[in-house]
Design a protein around this ligand. Sequence first.
Ligand code: AGP
Length: 609
Amino acid sequence: MCGIIGAITSKSVQADLLQGLKNMEYRGYDSAGICTIDGMQLAVSKAAGKLVNLAGDLEKKEHTGVIGIGHTRWATHGEPTVENAHPHCSGNIAVVHNGIIENHIGLRRKLETHGMRFVSDTDTEVIPALLSKLLKQEPDMEHVMPVLLSQLEGAYALGILNVETSDVLWFARKGSPLLLARGSRGYYIASDGLAVAGVATEMLYLNEGEWGCISQHGVRVFNQEGCEMSDHTWQRMPQLSASTDKCGYEHFMLKEIHEQPSIMTDIMTTYASKRGVQFPNVAWLNDAVLPERIVMVACGTSYHAALTARYWLERYLQVPVEVDVASEYRYRNPIIGSNTWLITLSQSGETADTLEALRLFKRRTPDNRTLAICNVASSSLVRESDGFIALKAGVEIGVASTKAYTAQLAVLALLAMKLAVRSGSMSEQVWQEHYQSMCHLEVDMNETLKCVPDIQSLTPLFANIHGVLFLGRGPSFPLALEGALKLKEISYLHAEGYAAGEMKHGPIALIDAQLPVVIIAPKQYHLDKVISSLHEVKARGAKVILLTDVSMDDYSDEVEKIIPLPTGDYFTAPLLASIPLQLLAYEVAKFKGTDIDQPRNLAKSVTVE
Ligand code: AGP
């Protein structure tokens, strides 16, 4: 959700800024801009739309400065126009910002009474305006930075240039991610390690409330109380750049769908063997007293993975499992007992609501354990949790999550199996059967990928419709939610996921020939009852797409298409059915000609509330 980068190096920073923005375009892509200090003046270039527009402008007008900041935007306040694009300037100050300044209206009014004029609709513009004003009274940036930050309410990661201190780049972080990095050419700030992959060799994560500056010679970091920190723990940059290649696929999403079979094997070889499941970063899972209750909190697709895991955990571990969307959990009054574990799920590990839900849980019950299941080892969620299970999915670039979702399901299945064995509720024989079936996922998923031609033949069905309904029962119900979300996200068609048994209680009113119905019917989850739903929708003229792992030739005349699935067990069935649902969303979006990897209005990492 907006990406910021800053650099101070031994040569012109334009190329590093542009490449950094390109690597972070998944965070927001409705406008972009850079500002450098060229000849003791701020030089600003901004463009609405994709980054390619800014890159085109920069070919005509090159920036020469060795210090600069850049921003790729996901609009929160104000439309995606050039005026609203970052950096925002006031006098000698330029600012890039990720986050939301909640008191911006009050600040703007106050500053207007002091004669300051604003040109954008953004919350961010108050920051350079306020800083310019403060610097008139006290020109020392080091003294003014804490005063500025004390007046900003909300969340921010900031990169700031001041022409008067042209050899340093200022930064601050509260509620939005920011890291420092260094390489042979100089120092950087960035929202994400990916932004500086290729130019930096080491990075340093900033903690909440930290601020400071970078120069050609090093970094200075101050904590929230204004004390300068003397020790910095620099970490080696992980290898991130290679994964940003589409490897011949038309879209990142398609590449990521096809990566899923081998990710399953990676997960199995990393965490499981015939002897059982081990999660190396969470030793306490081996011996901590088993929980009396589990709470799972996440957003979007990650929430859907948690919903499926609830069926597994309740069935096999036999403890109550509460699942909530993080934005609700953090504002209700959750009753958290003792010996309750919190499991957070997140691809990015920077989702603002999930992070705040974790912090609420820790504040209320500091003695309870927290476990993050996450794709980004260096993320805030991981750093703030007591334990961490890596998803092993590799960098996910497509905004619509695919491989991180199935990786979450696979890890959750292993977790449920591990805890069930520990509790004695899963026998050795049952464990071995499920283990074998999980080991077979790579082969079975590759088999599932063969449904592409069948899915492609269905796309005309999605023209001139008024919506799509996805139905499932048991662990397939959350899959119906996920199938609908995927389709909505990238094809912009209205779609709803429903528990098949709930259909009669309302959504059945929608059914006609212009509402395709996708029914997920693995034999594991109440097949007969799901088939009754098939008859009910069919009787009302719906066109049905049936996903099943049983032979249903008798139904071939009744449905538009049967998508055959390899036989799955209680854990693997939803993993196998995920792939046709992802491919359906992908092919329908392609048929409609939408922007699949960067769908409108979305951003990969939702770091604001
Ligand atoms: C997935 O396709 C979505 N783009 C979105 O729902 C996402 O899953 C959600 O924002 C949560 O993100 P996280 O997993 O990074 O926390």
